[in-house]
Design a protein around this ligand. Structure first.
Ligand code: ADP
Ligand code: MG
Length: 269
């Protein structure tokens, strides 16, 4: 049976509320506005992708939601509580793996568990459980430098899952990988999301990736970043790479790509 989650989400409670967030930076050229009044809701279990030209403030927005960066004005709420720093309810995956090079794969994953107070045999068992989810049990005792880029990113994803956050914030997690590896990790992430339905906020500059993954695509305007458009991806799950051939996919791709392209032209002006 096909489940059209886009319909379901409309009734879901708001998990993260971003309320009129402004972020300024002071640099050599004086003050610049990176985000200029961003308001959006992320619903429980929702998969949102954010696209927009480079420098439009995508990472800034994600870091503010993560609590790694403070807004200049405006607020972020998670479950109705104001975000005032990082929290175990929100987990982050960055483009560059951010693994500890001196720890084995398994110990990298265990680190997230230990942060939650899980230790000893239980941590060992759980670490292997999460490594199994990303098909890396054979590499449990390897070090990050012995792994390919795709494998390192899988470890980072396993570690984020081990922390068991309610909201996964992903900043171009597959951006540095070759097309084939990226496709494979997209498929794995989709399968995991369809099983666990964690709330996902996923940044990408790849429109195909956004459409294949998300229920909703947010297009951001060129600097200063704002929400330019929110597009419902009304393609039912389960989706796979074949979905990219469907007429509806191509229609949405056209629509979103031209919105992004307009903003790209703004940047070049
Ligand atoms: N820590 C910082 N200090 C100064 N400027 C920054 C800082 N972080 C980001 N910026 C600027 O803010 C803008 C948005 O950056 P960013 O959020 O990284 O964009 P994106 O992720 O969409 O490419 C860019 O012009 C960037 O140079
Ligand atoms: Mg970025």
């Amino acid at each position: 049976m096909e489940t059209n989650l886009t319909n379901y989400i409309e009734g879901a409670p708001v998990k993260v509320h971003v309320d009129n967030v402004v972020r300024k930076f002071t640099g050599r050229g004086g003050e610049m506005i990176a985000l200029n009044g961003v308001t959006l809701d992320i619903h429980d279990n929702e998969f949102i992708c954010v696209v927009g030209p480079s420098g439009c403030g995508k990472s800034t927005l994600l870091n503010i939601i993560a609590g790694l960066l403070e807004p200049t004005s405006g607020e972020v709420y998670c479950d109705g509580k104001r975000v005032e720093g990082t929290g175990t309810d929100r987990g982050v995956v960055f483009q560059q793996y951010a693994l500890f090079p001196w720890l084995t794969v398994k110990k990298n994953v265990k680190f997230a568990l230990e942060m939650k107070g899980i230790k000893g045999a239980e941590a060992d068992e759980l670490a292997m459980h999460y490594l199994e989810k990303v098909d890396l049990t054979k590499f449990a005792d390897s070090y990050p430098k012995e792994l390919s880029g795709g494998m390192k990113q899988r470890v980072a994803i396993a570690r984020a899952y081990a922390a068991d956050p309610q909201v996964l914030l992903m900043d171009e997690p597959f951006g540095a990988l070759d097309a084939q590896t990226r496709t494979q990790l997209q498929t794995e992430l989709l399968q995991t999301w369809e099983r666990d339905r964690k709330t996902c906020f996923f940044i990408t500059h790849d429109v195909d990736e956004a459409i294949i993954l998300a229920q909703k695509v947010i297009v951001m305007s060129a600097r200063p970043g704002r929400v330019k458009a929110i597009i419902d991806i009304d393609i039912p799950y389960p989706r796979d790479q074949e979905t990219k051939m469907s007429p509806r996919f191509l229609e949405l791709k056209n629509e979103i790509w031209s919105l992004v392209y307009q903003e790209y032209l703004e940047v070049r002006k």
